[in-house]
Design a protein around this ligand. Structure first.
Ligand code: ATP
Length: 371
């Protein structure tokens, strides 16, 4: 777990009760957040949730309506962008089309008045870092999308900012290249130790790259956690559904003891048992979240009493190579998604369409949330 050590690290960015309104509209609503030195931190959320506005306030392109932003202990709330120890890489990359790759990377360093030989050395270093040393004389239109992205990264890192802000850095790349570049970006970030704050709407991207993730909705942060904790212990229904696939069962809370929760669930026609307490009012409506890969399918009922079970019929099977997704229609009419690993190449699949099956999962694999 990469993020686990973050408690020991130094807070680099402290966002304290920051709100940003545009007229009557509140784009960022009372957000407080600490980002530690050396993190690759992602702001994740759907369109319009306020993540770009928050990033732009870190860069200094927007000023908070209220609240404070500290970077490295200094109050930066009203400091202009060029006086902050941060740099921003834009989604469009914004390379100068008439300049070569080298000139693009050198631009900011020359503006800062760095001596010529140091500029040359820094540019060479940065192009090596992004593995573009051999293309320094090319112009942006002579590069692929992935190469342009790397030039933009080299340029943004050349001044050695304490923080690099990246707005949808991989948005322009196709899926294959995106996945490869995610890992390259993590490598570069780890090598340099510079703190990255990444805005993305792509849950898988955030999961692959980040030490920690903040999930935003309607201007608020719902949860801040490592990818692992976010996936296994979502604190709300929204987070459970946004961060990965999930089955949600709704019902009244019948019993709530530490280590023992029972939820009445019309979808399953039996109660759900959960292996931990949730401290909510008995009778309140709660949601039980179960990830598709935590569910087993079998023709015989499971023998183990620590399982929740229901019966249904296989309605669809989607083959995905390493795994298959099964859609099972429960007797209540409710559809459940189950992901099973394809571990052998056996030609006879164990289950097929229209099979009657038992759906089951361990009590410990249920997360209960109240909203
Ligand atoms: P996307 O992924 O679509 O870019 P986002 O989460 O980055 O979404 P923001 O760009 O932060 O969203 O915008 C949040 C909300 O604030 C949106 O509803 C947007 O229309 C509004 N907004 C942003 N900038 C301004 C502005 N300068 N004036 C008025 N409203 C704005």
């Amino acid at each position: 777990e990469k993020g686990e050590a973050s408690d020991l690290l130094k807070p680099l960015i402290q966002i304290e009760g920051v709100t940003k309104s545009f007229g009557d509209f509140v784009a960022v609503n009372n957000v407080s957040l600490t980002i530690y030195q050396g993190e690759l931190f992602s702001l994740l959320g759907g369109s319009g949730c306020g993540k770009t506005t928050l990033l732009r306030m870190l860069a200094g392109f927007e000023t908070p309506t209220s609240g404070r932003i500290l970077i490295d202990g200094q109050d930066m709330t009203r400091v202009p962008p060029y006086e902050r120890p941060v740099n921003m890489m834009f989604q469009s990359y914004a390379l100068f089309p008439h300049m070569t790759v080298e000139q693009n990377v050198a631009f900011g360093l020359k503006q800062d008045g760095l001596p010529r030989d140091q500029v040359r050395q820094r540019v060479a270093e940065m192009l090596d870092l992004v593995e573009l040393g051999h293309l320094g004389r090319r112009k942006p239109h002579e590069l692929s999308g992935g190469q342009r992205q790397r030039v933009a990264l080299a340029r943004a890192l050349a001044k050695r900012p304490k923080v690099l802000l990246l707005d949808e850095p991989l948005g322009a790349l196709d899926k294959k290249l995106r996945e490869r570049t995610q890992l390259e970006l993590v490598n570069i970030q780890e090598n340099l130790g510079i703190t990255f704050v990444v805005v993305t709407h792509d849950q898988e991207e955030a999961m692959t790259m980040s030490t920690r993730v903040a999930i935003m909705n309607q201007g608020r942060i719902l949860q801040v956690d490592t990818p692992h904790a976010m996936y296994e212990y979502p604190n709300t229904r929204f987070v459970a559904e946004f961060f990965g696939s999930v089955n949600i069962f709704e019902g009244p809370l019948l019993e709530d003891e530490p280590g023992h929760v029972v939820i009445g669930c019309p979808d399953l026609s039996v109660p759900i048992y959960v292996g931990h307490g949730i401290s909510s009012r008995e009778g309140a409506t709660v949601y039980a979240a179960v990830r598709p890969e935590k569910i087993a399918l079998s023709k015989e009922p499971p023998a183990d009493a620590t399982y929740n079970t229901a019966t249904g019929v296989v309605e669809d099977i989607v083959y995905l190579g390493g795994e298959s997704t099964y859609l099972v229609r429960l007797d209540s009419g409710r559809l459940v998604r189950v992901d099973l690993q394809n571990q052998t190449r056996s030609s006879e699949p164990e289950l097929t369409w229209h099979d009657r099956v038992h759906v089951s999962w361990e009590h410990s694999n249920v997360v209960v949330v109240t909203s």
